[in-house]
Design a protein around this ligand. Structure first.
Ligand code: NAX
Ligand code: ADP
Ligand code: K
Length: 502
């Protein structure tokens, strides 16, 4: 499990560790790690460090100090290093170290942009040491202008600890931020490096151990690794039969929306359900039978004329909602499914139904909801953009207010349950942004619920496997082939291979 922390948590740990070490030890470790990554990158693109042009963007805090000491190390190896001093103060020790080895510093406090512009645009490497975990709020000038210029840099951009402009604790970005190819982070991951929009700005994250581990508190955010997920997933044993492996019920589709049902059933079948029981009206049932003969189907002609799921048979978990519709008949199906005593996953139209009738969520058995930001917006009465800008806050709030497990979809998928760290998914690809992939995800998570996983584990396990399957589908395999668009069914079809390589 990769754990992540807020700035305050990291600062407290750093203070505890620093108290046991001679002054400057941590910054020394940080700068050495930063310089090593930069040297490796420069060697990769230019063949050597010697003679390369390095520009350091230096703010007034210790983040700038790290960059200056790292710059001094690069200068010692023959790099031509210029520090752009953007703050009202500068880390004096770092600046002296840089100057001592021939590094230059331009005092651009007065007329900043022009000179800095050329330096940034033409450098082989720009090192962002404007602000780190001490940053708060939108970047002020001249930092904002400098951060904006990094988007036009022709060379590499490496952020120190966290890209300036990204809120390290939340991943929020208000205004300009440095867009880095690589972020070299010290001591521990910060939440903002894993959660969008911040994660997008961080690029690849390189971790430098400065010895903080024993001083870190319990994390508020955690990203399961492939190994963690493999450990969670149920595997059939010699004694297994289809019922013990888990029967998942899927109440989805309507005469108007048939595809969602086919995709959700496909996700469930391909994720390894013992059995899928599908219940819907005649047309989706016909299509599901044609595409997935493995599913056992039940047609409910009149959901209002009795309990619409009574005839379905025993299931260990339900998936409710994809393509279900939102009228009175769909409501009757939702009420019947949510009245059962087994875990229920609510997605898509099911979420619209519970947004209108919160009473449906009053139940004893566990409930997992899987909204995207638009659906969560209706549930919380918060604008969609605000949810996307502050995912961590809103996924936590939804779990607390609704008393359910929440999987928030989007460019970063998060899973929240009260009193547990928010889980972040690290697989996936922007190619997943295509109609129907969410239905496949619902089917996968339903299978894992039916297999006995908790909502929390089923949701995070499903997100991981779904994202991995999508990556496989996009490339044909994982070995660096070119990418191609995928359709939702491709994700379902790639599930066995994803489970094989996990
Ligand atoms: N504390 C420690 O033990 C260690 C800290 N390290 C480095 O120190 C950093 C934290 O240093 P600091 O606490 O000095 O803080 P920072 O250097 O992150 O930033 C603080 C400075 O930035 C200014 N600032 C804050 N928000 C701003 C905004 N929106 N616009 C413009 N200016 C803004 C503040 O006025 C202050 O001068 C870490 O991110 C890391 O890079 C590392 O050297 C490792 C050890
Ligand atoms: N930019 C993105 N990067 C990565 N994954 C994405 C992105 N956009 C969407 N996704 C993923 O694609 C799926 C889309 O699901 P959803 O929004 O329910 O669409 P649909 O209802 O069409 O199935 C989710 O798993 C979501 O996390
Ligand atoms: K930074």
């Amino acid at each position: 499990m990769r754990t992540a922390y807020t700035s305050d948590q990291i600062r407290a740990a750093e203070l505890a560790l620093m108290a046991k070490l001679p002054e400057g030890t941590l910054m020394g470790r940080a700068a050495a790690g930063l310089a090593a990554v930069c040297a490796g990158l420069l060697t990769g693109v230019r063949g050597r460090v010697y003679g390369s042009h390095v520009v350091l963007l230096i703010g007034s805090g210790d983040n700038g100090g790290d960059a200056l000491y790292a710059g001094a190390r690069l200068a010692r190896r023959g790099a031509r290093v210029v520090a752009v001093l953007a703050g009202s103060r500068v880390h004096e020790g770092g600046l002296a170290a840089l100057r001592a080895v021939g590094g230059r510093a331009t005092d651009l406090r007065v007329p900043i942009p022009e000179q800095a512009r050329e330096l940034i645009l033409e450098a082989d490497l720009v090192v962002d040491g404007l602000v780190g975990i001490g940053g708060s709020g939108a970047l002020r000038e001249p930092y904002a202008t400098l951060a904006g210029l990094t988007a036009q840099a022709s060379g590499l951009v490496v952020a120190v600890d966290v890209p300036s402009g990204v809120d390290a604790s939340t991943g929020g970005v208000d205004g300009a931020a440095v867009r880095a190819q690589v972020t070299v982070t010290f001591g521990a991951y910060k939440n903002g490096l894993l959660i969008d929009p911040g994660a997008r700005f961080a690029g690849a994250v390189e971790f430098v151990d400065i010895g903080l581990g024993p001083y870190l508190p319990d994390p508020g955010v955690a990203a399961p690794t492939g190994e963690d997920v493999a450990d969670l997933l149920p595997r059939p044993g010699a004694e297994s039969d289809k019922y013990r492996r888990g029967v998942v019920g899927i109440a989805a589709g309507s005469d108007r929306y048939t595809g969602a049902a086919v995709l959700a059933v496909g996700g469930a079948v391909r994720a390894g359900a013992g059995m899928v029981r599908f219940v819907s009206s005649a047309e989706p049932v016909r299509l599901v039978r044609a595409r997935w003969p493995e599913a056992v189907t039940t047609i409910v002609a009149d959901p209002l004329g009795g309990n619409p799921v009574e005839e379905v048979g025993r299931v260990q978990a339900w998936v409710l909602g994809p393509g279900l519709g939102t009228g009175a008949e769909a409501h009757a199906v939702a009420r019947a499914v949510l009245s059962t005593q087994v875990p229920v996953l609510v997605d898509a139209d099911g979420l619209t139904l519970i947004a209108r009738d919160r009473g449906l969520l009053r139940r004893d058995a566990p409930t997992l909801i899987t909204p995207h930001a638009g659906e969560l917006s209706r549930l919380l009465g918060v604008p969609r953009e605000r949810i996307e800008a502050r995912r961590l806050e809103h996924v936590r709030r939804a779990a607390a207010e609704l008393g359910v497990t929440v999987l928030l979809k989007g460019s970063t998928t998060l899973v929240a349950e009260e009193d547990r760290p928010v889980r972040v998914n690290t697989t996936g690809t922007p190619w997943l942004a295509t109609g129907g992939t969410g239905d496949v995800l619902a089917g996968i998570a339903g299978t894992l619920l039916a297999g006995g996983l908790s909502c929390y584990d089923a949701a995070s396990g499903a997100a991981y496997v779904h994202g991995l399957a999508a990556r496989l589908a996009v490339r044909g395999d994982l070995a660096g082939r070119a990418e191609a668009p995928i359709a939702a069914l491709d994700v379902a079809q790639a599930l066995p291979e994803a489970l094989r390589v996990l």
